[in-house]
Design a binder for this molecule. Structure first.
Ligand SMILES: CC(C)(COP(=O)(O)OP(=O)(O)OC[C@H]1O[C@@H](n2cnc3c(N)ncnc32)[C@H](O)[C@@H]1OP(=O)(O)O)[C@@H](O)C(=O)NCCC(=O)NCCS
Length: 177
């Protein structure tokens, strides 16, 4: 487990997949900017079993163990990408920003990578604020690169380079819990 100040990140296990399925199929949790996609339990199990060592999903948990969101990292040809979600009742309290900072610490401390990136819908201001607060820089726009809610939309690309990653780091400790 990756421990921060107000949240921890816990790797998603196979037995957690029913909760993941419930969340990924809930449009209120995905928010208004993510594609409207539905997955069966079998889809989710197949996807989970296909994850390689360079791709992981983590629950974002409060210190009392309550699960309040998900954050993931995955390796792509052009770098390592991250993305996440917080359940609606827990938004606006800085939890996603802290989860992103923990993930950035973890990735730069554990992998020989120089760049972490995230993509976000141009209208998703909350997501852009999270990335800016976590030290990411806006790089540009991928015009009409994502089909969501019946239309092609522009996506913004953000990144943080290893040399821009500054103290104080927020990952306080790692445990086997
Ligand atoms: C994006 C998301 C993960 C943010 O989680 P969160 O825990 O609420 O994020 P934080 O509390 O750390 O920060 C949110 C920031 O966005 C701001 N914000 C939220 N909604 C906003 C809006 N409509 N307009 C402007 N700013 C907004 C908040 O005020 C806060 O900034 P501040 O600290 O400067 O006040 C959450 O909204 C979510 O799960 N959305 C649905 C899924 C999604 O879009 N994921 C991103 C995919 S790239």
């Amino acid at each position: 487990m990756l421990e921060g100040k107000t949240v921890n990140l816990r790797v998603v296990e196979r037995e957690d997949l029913p909760l993941c399925a419930e969340w990924v199929n809930n449009p209120e949790i995905n928010g208004e900017y993510e594609p409207l996609l539905m997955f069966s339990r079998a889809d989710i199990e197949k996807w989970y079993d296909s994850l390689g060592p360079k791709e992981r999903w983590f629950f974002i948990e409060k210190k009392d163990g309550t699960k309040i969101g998900l954050i993931r990292h995955a390796a792509h040809g052009w770098g390592t990408m991250i993305g996440g979600v917080i359940i609606p009742s827990e938004r606006g309290r800085g939890y996603c920003t802290e989860a992103v900072k923990i993930m950035v610490d973890y990735l730069f401390l554990s992998k020989d990578i120089v760049r972490i990136q995230a993509r976000t819908n141009q209208q998703n201001v909350a997501s852009q604020r999270v990335l800016e607060k976590a030290g990411f820089e806006r790089e540009g726009t991928m015009r009409k690169s994502n089909f969501s809610r019946g239309k092609w939309i522009d996506m913004l690309i953000y990144s943080i380079l290893k040399e821009e990653w500054k103290e104080p780091r927020i990952l306080t400790q790692t445990t086997s819990k």
